[in-house]
Write a protein that binds this ligand. Structure first.
Ligand SMILES: Cc1cc2nc3c(=O)[nH]c(=O)nc-3n(C[C@H](O)[C@H](O)[C@H](O)COP(=O)(O)O)c2cc1C
Length: 178
């Protein structure tokens, strides 16, 4: 049990609704203690237009077969593009790409006009100058509450290296020295 525990009340009254909102905030803050890297995931929508979003739910799943996952909010504007696409590309951001993270975290913004990118395999948008990338086939959608978990089979990957961009307690961080 954690130092501050929270049980889930049923929102029968305004006070209960407030308690529910407080609990959601506390859960978000507690999850934020887990430091992650940051990725931008890109694909094409049904009209062939580039779409992309900032994602820190990315993680490795399996080496053989090569599988990764990330989860997408069901309310994202690019939800149908990602949950119906054949391929997507996960880009691991470098420490100096905070502006790229902010750009792709914008809701429906013109994200591709402000970064360097080119079309990779199958025409999927590929951002330049990232630490690593994984070109994936969408293998499975898994229901996950208000998110959908996307399982990707890694078809191609490459690493340029460099210092990573870190996200911790709602803020960007740099790695501490060795
Ligand atoms: C650091 C960071 C990590 C994020 N991780 C995720 C994530 O894992 N899944 C998700 O659905 N949204 C995530 N978001 C929010 C999306 O990037 C944001 O909602 C974006 O506006 C979605 O774009 P769209 O609505 O145009 O599709 C993250 C945002 C930030 C700043």
């Amino acid at each position: 049990m954690t130092a501050s525990s929270n049980s889930a009340p049923s929102p029968a009254s305004p006070a209960d609704a407030q308690a529910g909102a407080d609990r959601a905030r506390a859960l978000r803050d507690t999850l934020g203690q887990f430091a992650t890297g940051i990725t931008v995931v890109t694909t094409l929508d049904a009209a062939g237009q580039p779409v992309g979003m900032t994602v820190n739910s990315f993680n490795s799943v399996s080496l053989d077969p090569a599988l990764i996952l990330w989860s997408i909010d069901r309310g994202s504007l690019s939800y149908s593009a990602f949950t119906e696409c054949e391929r997507f590309v996960v880009h691991v951001l470098k420490g100096d790409q905070q502006h790229v993270s902010n750009l792709f975290a914008g809701r429906g913004a013109d994200k591709f006009g402000q970064v360097k990118w080119h079309r990779g395999p199958e025409g999927i948008p590929q951002l330049d100058d990232c630490a690593a990338l994984f070109h994936c086939r969408r293998a499975q959608n898994i229901a996950g509450g208000d998110h959908t978990i996307l399982l990707g089979e890694v078809l191609e990957f490459s690493a340029a290296g460099g210092e990573p961009l870190i996200f911790h307690r709602g803020r960007y961080r740099a790695l501490a020295g060795e």
